[in-house]
Design a protein around this ligand. Structure first.
Ligand code: 3PG
Length: 231
């Protein structure tokens, strides 16, 4: 890796008061801006458009810069070529379900902040060696949820996570109260079917409810700067 890695954690810190990222699957790019407007009306300030549909690219292009105050991330970025392509669309940062040296290097070379995903201590150590300090924790519910995050907090006091996967209005508070959780993400705010049916009011209500439940948590969690091994 020749360029310096850019951690995406700063974008999560900016969500203070509403540390929630709407993870969305968009089938029709026409839905992108109305969807983001509905999320924004509910108080959500970050959307991750996953690269899981052909329409995602066009949707991202339309979203970038179109809704004031909305951070736009590209998700499900799994290959270096995806990183390069989304960086050209002007997204704020990219999100990957995994953390390979190639994807991390591509993001650094593109000057694009990246939130790479991990599920285990070894992956966290590998990512940290590449300069990452903020990770997606995915798929959160399936890999041990809050208990696993609690264990990781003991091992990696210098690392923070954005858990996604199986998060919903009921369990989000338990994640948000963990000291190593910077924000939570998920599709419960704007499920694919609701986007398909243009249920903007329902999405706005879900967004507002998510913000209400998260606003008591301080998203800008402070962490020790030294790794556990040096303590
Ligand atoms: C992601 O990519 O972060 C997840 O697919 C979101 O998971 P969820 O649909 O269970 O919220």
């Amino acid at each position: 890796m020749t360029s310096e890695f850019l951690d995406a954690g700063g974008f999560l810190d900016e969500l203070k008061g509403a540390p929630v990222v709407a993870v969305v699957v968009i089938d029709d790019a026409d839905a992108a801006v109305p969807l983001a407007n509905a999320l924004a009306a509910g108080g959500v300030r970050a959307v991750e458009v996953t690269l899981r549909t052909p329409a995602a690219w066009d949707a991202i292009e339309r979203l970038v810069g179109s809704v004031e105050g909305m951070t736009v991330a590209a998700g499900t970025v799994t290959r270096p070529e995806d990183v390069i392509r989304v960086s050209k669309l002007g997204v704020d940062f990219a999100v990957s379900p995994g953390c390979t040296p190639q994807v991390v290097a591509a993001a650094a070379d593109a000057g694009l902040p990246l939130l790479p995903g991990v599920a285990t201590p070894t992956e966290t150590m590998l990512g940290r060696e590449l300069g990452v300090r903020t990770f997606k924790f995915f798929p959160a519910a399936q890999i041990g949820g809050t208990k696993m995050l609690g264990a990781l907090a003991e091992l990696f006091p210098d690392v923070r996570f954005c858990p996604t996967g199986g998060i919903d209005a009921d369990n989000a508070p338990a994640y948000l109260e963990l000291r190593n959780v910077a924000a939570v993400g998920g599709s419960w705010l704007a499920p694919r079917e609701l986007i398909r049916s243009k249920a903007w009011q329902e999405i706005e209500q879900r967004a507002a409810a998510a913000v209400r439940l998260s606003e008591t948590y301080d998203a800008a969690v402070s962490l020790d700067s030294s790794p556990a091994s040096s303590m």
